[in-house]
Design a protein around this ligand. Structure first.
Ligand code: NIG
Ligand code: FE
Length: 408
């Protein structure tokens, strides 16, 4: 047993609704707080001096200076397992080429595929670990990681092997997702439908047999897969018991409706979701995951986060860290910028990167500082929580704990 504190403020993020708009007044803030952990779990949260009396046997981990404690961040959408770099694509966009034009001319995702295919599973593990290390320093204690940069049966399995190996060594949880359906491989000679069929027939069974992932993702977009193709793929994936998530409505609509139809855990991107899509998402249990890093990287509009919240969606905010559209990889900075443009409350931002993001990953054991939840938390060197979003990512975590242990 361990008593950690005192913290100037501790935000539990407890007792908040999963869906819809939030006001800062709804946040539960404990001042001069402590937190008691037993192994990887939280067993008490409250006033430090009370906990000190009550848990006098606990080992003390005394905290110096003014610190604000939050649940560890959950980044529910990343592509941090990749080879090489796409600075050339970025420069081309600065010179006026669009993301889709670059993709069509052989750059884009395909250029990362050629750079990723040449890596071994071990090298991919090392790249993933080194990127995860950066996430940890910024306060993330759980991150989803997608495959999707090899686009062949062997290559995709190698990526998932690399991600799983990284998870075994990593101090935080890395949740793998199969994104073989990122686009059809350019060296695959058949149709999109045939490519998807190959993934269904050759990859799905191995994902299960080797327990490489429970999650399947598809990019539904003009440059990738149509709504009909997505429908076919998701029907099969659902039948086989996979959890679903979709790259949806990034440039054109259609993907979010598929997410609703197939009861996906989340629909991610949503930059082009309009009133109709937003309303339908709000009536569903699909988490609406917005990815401000992709909007910043591509210089395009943000997803309508304000509207999604006002209509009643559960909104997760994720980094989408990838070498093409979202190379920054800094969730707090991106979420703070999104908040400024979309007028999100601090409560909505914090919910979006903690328990609402955990919902997108079907994880109910984290994202809230309360009894029985995972002892994953992050401290910021400040007296007041509002300074965290105010500094737009420049106020960096001073300490991070995972499963009750200090990892940063
Ligand atoms: O989420 N939109 C599709 N996939 C990634 C980007 C992939 C890439 O450009 O490498 C995304 O933005
Ligand atoms: Fe993505």
């Amino acid at each position: 047993m361990k008593l950690i504190g005192p913290f100037k403020q501790l935000l539990t993020l407890a007792h908040l609704p999963l869906k819809g708009a939030l006001k800062d007044e709804q946040l539960e803030i404990i001042t001069d707080a402590g937190i008691v952990t037993d192994n990887d779990l939280i067993i008490a949260v409250g006033a430090y001096h009370n906990l000190k009396e009550q848990y006098h046997d606990a080992t003390l981990e005394e905290i110096e200076g003014d610190q604000v404690l939050l649940p560890g961040f959950v980044d529910s959408h990343t592509h941090i397992c990749f080879g090489g770099n796409r600075a050339k694509d970025f420069a081309m966009r600065l010179n006026g080429k669009t993301y889709l034009e670059i993709a069509e001319s052989g750059g884009g995702i395909w250029s990362t595929v050629t750079q990723t295919r040449s890596k071994s599973a071990d090298e991919l593990k090392d790249i993933t670990l080194s990127n995860a290390e950066q996430l940890i320093r910024k306060g993330t204690t759980t991150a989803e990681v997608k495959s999707g940069y090899a686009l062949s049966v062997e290559g995709e399995l190698k990526m998932l092997e690399g991600i799983n190996l990284a998870n075994q060594e990593c101090e935080i949880d890395l949740i793998p997702t199969f994104l073989g359906a990122h686009m059809k491989a350019k060296d695959f000679t058949g149709s999109n439908h045939e490519y998807l069929r190959e993934l269904i027939e050759k990859v799905f069974p191995i994902l299960k047999e080797k327990q490489l992932t429970k999650r399947v993702d598809i990019f539904v977009e003009q440059s990738a897969f149509s709504v009909e193709e997505g429908d076919y793929y998701l029907t099969e994936a659902k039948k086989q018991g996979f959890e679903l998530t979709i790259h949806a409505d990034q440039f054109t609509t259609g993907g979010s409706q598929l997410a609703i139809k197939h009861k996906a855990l989340s629909a991610d991107h949503l930059e082009f979701s309009d009133e109709k899509e937003v309303r339908e998402l709000a009536f569903s249990d699909v988490v609406a995951t917005v990815l401000p890093g992709a909007s910043i990287g591509l210089g395009m509009q943000f997803a309508p986060a304000r509207k999604l919240l006002d209509r009643g969606c559960c909104v997760s905010i994720a980094s989408d860290w990838n070498p093409g559209s979202a190379p920054m990889g800094d969730l707090l900075t991106q979420a703070s910028i999104l908040a400024a443009f979309q007028k999100l409350s601090t409560a909505e931002v914090l919910a979006g990167i903690t328990f609402r993001a955990a919902k997108a990953l079907n994880l109910e054991d984290r994202g809230i500082l309360s009894i029985g939840k995972k002892a994953d938390f992050v401290a910021f060197p400040t007296t007041d929580f509002q300074n965290i979003i105010y500094h737009q990512g420049q106020l960096q975590p001073s300490m991070v704990w995972k499963n009750g242990n200090r990892i940063h």
